[in-house]
Structures are given as C-alpha cells and as structure tokens.
Design a protein around this ligand. Structure first.
Ligand SMILES: Nc1ncnc2c1ncn2[C@@H]1O[C@H](COP(=O)(O)OP(=O)(O)O)[C@@H](O)[C@H]1O
Ligand SMILES: [Mg+2]
Length: 312
C-alpha cells in the first residue's frame, strides 16, 4: 500500500545543516498498523510530512498503491488521510459536523456522500451528541477523535497518525487505540503511526521500525522483535551464601532478592561463562529462565549504539 524508498531530507537552519533523514525505507501493507518508533528529533514527523506531501524530500521515492507521489500527486493524496502532531488539525471555532463538512468539501465529495459519511464517522467515534458543540469546547480526547474522523471523511486507504495519543488521558487513549485497531482490522486501512511511547507501539502495532537520528535501525514484527531478544536475556537465580562473591568475574547484572541473587545476562556466551563461574564456586542455582523484554527495553538497547548486538 505504501512504499517508502531511501528518503533523505536536510534542513538548513541559519548556518546549521540538520540531516533529518539519512535514507529511510519501509513498506506498509493493507490492514497493517506500522509503528515508526523513535526519540524526539529522530525524524518521525519529517517522514510523515513527506509521505503526505507537505514537504519535499531531497531524495527518495514515495509510492502509494502503485502510484508515485512525485508524478501522480493528486491521485496519491486522495488516498491519504492524516492527523499531524498536536491539536491543530481541525478548526476549533467550528463544530465537529461543520469540520466534517469542510473536510468533505475539500475532498470534493458530493453533499449527500459527505453527510452520510459524516454520520457514520460520528457514530463510530461516539460523537453524535457532540456534533454541534464547538471543537474548542471539547475535551482533548474528543478533539482528537474529530481530527481522526475528518482525516477519514474521504475514505482513504492509508492513514498517517503522528503521535496520536500524545497528551490524552488514559481512558481517551484507550478508546482511540481501539478505534485505530478497528480501522485496520475491519476496514483494511494501512496505518502509519509514529510514537515515542513504547507501550502504545507494543499494544497496537503489527510491525515496528526503530528510527534514531534519521536512520532506521531495525524493522520487524513486534512479536519477532521480542522473540529475537528473548534468547538474549537469561535470568539465573542463585541461593545466597557467605562464600559466594564471584561478581567481578561475571558479566551479569546482579540484584539482591533477600534469600537469593538474581543475575541477568544478555546473550548465550555470557550465559555459559556465568554458569561455568557459578559452578566453579559451587553456587546453588535455583532456577534459570529466559525473559522476554518489553519493547521499551529493546528500544533502549537498540538506540544505545555502544551496546547494539553485533547481529544487526
Ligand atoms: N522545519 C525545520 N527546520 C529545521 N530543522 C527541523 C525542522 N523540522 C524538524 N527539524 C529537525 O529535524 C530533526 C527531525 O525532526 P522531526 O522529524 O520533527 O523528529 P521527530 O518527529 O522524530 O521528533 C530534528 O533535529 C529537528 O530539530
Ligand atoms: Mg514529531
């Protein structure tokens, strides 16, 4: 549905040259939620703005449903709905209904289609009772739902959501997440979502790409990312004893847990080394587990260059 090839973008800020994107490529398929994950300044918003035609890349290609954004701009943009970062995607001095009519008109939808879609979207987002209230008087959660409804009025196949739950309370974020999932599952939308909230990506995305300083560090399904790192994290529990102090010989993180020590090692070489040392000093090993790290831990490891496992 969306194919992004080798995007590059440089910003010039006075004397400063900022390489925001240094060759970013990925694909998103129909019905898939793809998360672009990265810290502030990683290049997420720049990527989204390029895909929805707001800024021009210095190099690279965007292909949407087989059409090149550069040569088929109007047809491409008709296939995209976007909610950009922040709360200014819609008009605060208009009501949800008026916003929907305006966005529908911009999409050149005939009046009756516009109204039918608007009714359906208001129902989908549970906004029927608020349709005539000024957007400025709605909660942030509802404003975000209105923004999403407006992005969907043209029935786009590709939805771009830049930090969609940022600044929302827990309940509104939950309700929005549920709608986003439904849009992918029930309507087959391809969804590009950016976030620096790892929990959001872990719960919602099918695949994620980790981006940092304008480069994609890796791109995987969430499940296989966790599986890949699961092998690397071993938890060994050792019964405490007075004579046991081999810590300087082993590369493990050690935690004191009252009656035992908990050792964490990150890969199989370190694991076997640790076991040998422990056996050498006749430690009593109580249990050995592999641990599935959270996406947040994976993210921290991957974005910390010194410690990137050499298999990348
Ligand atoms: N309009 C701009 N002018 C100059 N620099 C910019 C502009 N927009 C973004 N940047 C810089 O480009 C880099 C990537 O920014 P951005 O795409 O907004 O990252 P993210 O959304 O991941 O936080 C940052 O270093 C940012 O300061
Ligand atoms: Mg951003």
């Amino acid at each position: 549905m969306l194919c992004v090839k080798d995007l590059k973008k440089v910003y010039h800020l006075g004397q400063r040259v900022i390489e925001a994107l240094k060759g970013v490529s990925f694909e998103i398929h129909k019905g898939e939620i793809f998360g672009l994950l990265g810290p502030n300044g990683a290049g997420k918003t720049t990527t989204v703005k390029i895909v929805c035609g707001l800024i021009e890349p210095d190099a690279g290609e965007i292909v949407i449903d087989g059409l090149n954004l550069r040569s088929e701009r109007v047809r491409c943009l008709a296939k995209i709905g976007a909610v950009l970062e922040g709360s200014r995607n819609i008009h605060w001095r208009l009501t949800p209904w008026e916003n929907l009519m305006l966005f529908g008109a911009r999409r050149e939808l005939p009046g009756h289609v516009r109204e039918r879609r608007a009714e359906k979207l208001l129902a989908f987002f549970d906004l029927q009772e608020k349709k005539d209230v000024l957007v400025g008087n709605l909660s942030r959660g509802m404003q975000q739902k209105v923004a999403l409804a407006c992005a969907l009025i043209g029935d786009p196949q590709l939805l771009l959501l830049d930090e969609p739950t940022l600044g929302l309370d827990v309940r509104s974020a939950e309700s929005l997440k549920q709608r986003i999932r439904q849009l992918a599952d029930e309507e087959g939308k391809a969804i590009l979502l950016t976030t620096h909230q790892m929990e959001l990506a872990e719960e919602l995305c099918d695949r994620v790409a980790i981006i940092d300083e304008g480069r994609l560090l890796l791109c995987k399904p969430v499940s296989s990312l966790k599986e890949m790192f699961r092998q690397r994290c071993y938890v060994i529990r050792v019964r405490k004893s007075q004579s046991l102090t081999p810590w300087e010989q082993i590369p493990a993180q050690v935690q004191d847990q009252h009656s035992y020590w908990e050792l964490r090692v990150q890969n199989s070489d370190e694991f076997f080394h640790t076991i040998r040392v422990l056996e050498g000093c006749q430690a009593e090993i109580l249990s050995i587990d592999t641990e599935s790290p959270s996406l947040k831990e994976i993210f921290l490891r991957v974005t910390n260059y010194e410690r990137v496992p050499h298999t990348f």
